[in-house]
Design a protein around this ligand. Structure first.
Ligand code: ADP
Ligand code: MG
Length: 683
């Protein structure tokens, strides 16, 4: 390296490596290894120890052995398919090296007669002679062979030897990066530098040593870079001064008093936190996180009301039209009659839409509800003061930032999500936002009774739902995920639909991945209006819609789902004040582990707790919402095992924020570890 401190070497293309041709580059790219830095995280799984010396006399058949021999004689048969052979000796005996499909020139080159050569490989015995067939480890330089050789989980088409060579090459050229961490932090990791840590990480004897300080330091780097990016986004959002909102709390309280229920303490706390943001001179960028049915909508609407009261317009975006309409209807019910409330939906005709757009532009509308359509370019606001986004899981960190930019300087942003996740993950995925959490469920809410049932007892279930239908209740029937295949999901849902239709004529409808959006809206609307009793579907129904009459959800093949997903699915029922039931169906008797999982669901209705258990059982990568977050998986850090590192990273980040420290020294860290592809906006 001409510049030993330049991190950019690590970001260079794979083709700059010696011995890496276009074929290897393509194979690696398929594994999402795009540059040299990515390769650093291709860690050995185990190693083969080739350091031990042996003599021919003491060779063990069938084992990997390393010996130093002298080639004595070549046998190059002129008959096709017969292998080339080299007779080799040491001072204790003879051994034949056998080469299939090889060229004479090659054999002569690697095993020159009379020279001491070290070879390693599995020994076999043939016609009473020791043999080593197609030896891969051969060198005149015995130190290249006599060592521990890392074994990788191999990418098809790339051999272990090639991996070892590539990775050795990178480690040898590793730039020495200027330390970015403070002394205090570094001390906690035995002062391991980044460079030294990487070298340690790749030593065969350190495989899997994730408690060691060098490993922890590297995991910390990863977490910390994510937190830094989050912090930078937050800083950017807060940098612009906005016009503080000024409103009369009495008016807010009047609305709260007229509600049919009293708000929970967590709801009130969230309202206070949001109000503080609205009134401050910096932009709000806040996430309202709460389990399904925890009552986020009313909190959002109160915030909307306060913003309107201080002379601003509000836009609320929901993922589906039905949900937008439900929010719209609630607003019309609880807001004073003099507010201008509108909904844009696909049913709004062109003329009407034009009128609405015109009114929006002239501030004749106070609040508008709709799907993403309300954020199209042609939709202009006169004085937009608050954007509320409900249940938009696909909103990654990039989209959030863009949204906040789009609203303009005076516009606050409130995001809502019903995906409770453990705190370490929330910090990772949503660390760019401030956070309000609703943990408490409304007191009137009855727990959803959860049962498990083996598939063969379907008659019992049919009897049960028959009874429920007679009581005027409705049923969700969720069909299994088969091998993650949409096509098969579809087929199984269709089959179940036909089956149930025979049992309950004219009472069943079907919704699946191929149902087009308009049809879907209309089916859901009909279900809402109780035009039929049983809705068979794959897992596609969005969260958030209130179906007050739906009291039963049946989930087939439920061990295919994660706990958090099951919990979210069951949240489709139990939103009214009736008793409700969730039946988890199984194909065969439950394993010990499956029983454990189900018991967690039966015991608690706390989505945060469930997600934590889910993460312990399945790892964080599969947790609901993480995949859509736009954040790449960690390479070393683990939100369960490394709770302490996450807390340390949070503390350090806050220290840096407070001290207003210059973060330019972290540039290499952020550039290297870019986990959300957002850094171009940041550094
Ligand atoms: P989510 O948090 O999933 O968006 P919603 O806001 O849709 O939940 O609320 C679910 C249901 O609970 C709605 O019917 C709502 O009217 C009701 N609700 C909200 N807050 C309370 C409360 N404090 N007490 C009783 N019911 C409530
Ligand atoms: Mg909701």
């Amino acid at each position: 390296m001409n510049n030993k401190s330049n991190y950019k070497y690590l970001l260079s293309d794979l083709s700059t490596l010696k011995g890496v041709g276009p074929k290897t580059v393509n194979l690696l790219k398929k594994k999402k290894i795009n540059n040299i830095f990515d390769l650093l995280w291709k860690l050995p799984r185990t190693f083969t120890d080739r350091s031990l010396s042996s003599k021919i006399r003491d060779l063990h058949i069938g084992e990997n052995q390393t010996i130093t021999i002298i080639p004595q004689k070549y046998y190059f048969p002129r008959i096709r398919n017969l292998p080339n052979k080299v007779l080799c000796t040491d001072d204790t005996g003879e051994l034949d090296c056998i080469f299939f499909n090889s060229y004479e020139g090659y054999v002569k080159k690697i095993l020159p007669l009379g020279k001491e050569i070290t070879i390693s490989g599995k020994i076999n015995r043939f016609r009473n002679r020791y043999q080593l067939t197609n030896p891969k480890y051969i060198s005149e330089n015995s130190s290249l062979i006599r060592k521990k050789h890392n074994t990788y989980s191999l990418t098809d088409g790339i051999s272990e030897k090639v991996y070892n060579k590539i990775i050795d090459q990178i480690i040898n050229k590793l730039p020495i990066l200027e330390e970015w961490h403070s002394e205090d932090i570094l001390n906690k990791f035995n002062n391991y530098s980044w460079n030294k840590s990487i070298i340690e990480l790749h030593k065969p004897e350190n495989i899997g040593k994730n408690k060691k300080k060098f490993y922890q330091r590297l995991a910390f780097d990863e977490i910390f870079s994510t937190f830094l990016v989050n912090s930078e986004i937050r800083k950017k959002v807060k940098k612009n001064k906005k016009e503080s909102k000024v409103f009369d709390l009495n008016k807010q309280n009047k609305i709260i008093e007229t509600l049919e229920f009293s708000l929970t303490n967590d709801q009130l706390k969230a309202i206070r936190e949001i109000n503080n943001d609205l009134c401050s001179s910096t932009k709000m960028f806040r996430l309202l996180q709460g389990d399904v049915g925890s009552g986020k909508t009313i909190v959002a609407l109160i915030s909307a009301f306060n913003s309107i009261n201080s002379g601003f317009q509000v836009a609320l975006m929901a993922p589906t039209e039905i949900l937008a309409r439900q929010h719209f209807n609630l607003a019309k019910k609880i807001f004073p009659k003099n507010l201008e409330i509108e909904l844009i939906s696909s049913k709004t005709d062109t003329k009407e839409k034009k009128v609405i757009l015109n009114k929006l532009e002239n501030h004749k509308i106070d609040i508008i509800f709709g799907t993403h359509a309300i954020f199209q370019k042609k939709v202009l606001f006169k004085r937009l003061g608050l954007i509320i986004i409900d249940e938009q899981h696909k909103f990654g960190v990039n989209q959030r930032k863009r949204l906040s930019d789009k609203g303009g300087n005076n516009c606050d942003v409130l995001l809502m999500t019903a995906t409770p996740i453990p705190r370490t993950l929330t910090m990772t995925i949503y660390g760019d936002m401030d956070l309000s959490i609703i943990r408490e469920k409304p007191k009137t809410r009855k727990p959803i009774q959860t049962y498990s049932k083996i598939e063969t007892k379907i008659e019992d279930i049919l009897k049960f739902i028959n009874k429920e239908i007679k009581l005027g209740n409705q049923i969700f029937w969720v069909c299994p995920l088969i091998e993650e295949s949409k096509k098969l999901d579809h087929a199984s849902a269709l089959k179940k639909f036909e089956f149930l239709k025979k049992k309950f004529p004219n009472q069943v409808s079907l919704l699946h991945g191929k149902t087009n959006p308009e049809e879907k809206e209309s089916i859901l609307n009909n279900f809402l209006e109780k035009k039929f009793d049983i809705l068979v579907s794959t897992t596609i129904i969005e969260v958030g819609i209130d179906f007050p009459n739906a009291t039963v959800i049946i989930i087939e093949n439920s061990n295919k789902f994660g706990l958090s997903q099951l919990h979210q699915l069951r949240g489709r029922v139990g939103r009214g004040n009736k008793n409700s039931t969730c039946i988890l169906m199984f194909k065969s008797n439950l394993s010990e582990n499956a029983r454990k999982r189900i018991n967690i669901l039966k015991k608690t209705n706390d989505g945060f707790l469930i997600s934590e258990e889910d993460m312990k059982l399945r790892g964080y990568g599969d947790i609901l919402g993480f995949k859509q977050s736009g954040i790449k998986n960690f390479k070393l850090a683990d939100p369960i095992q490394n709770n302490d590192l996450f807390l340390l990273a949070e503390k350090e980040m806050k220290r840096i924020e407070k001290s207003n420290e210059d973060i330019s020294k972290f540039k290499p860290l952020i550039k290297l570890y870019d986990r959300a592809d957002i850094i171009n906006d940041i550094v």
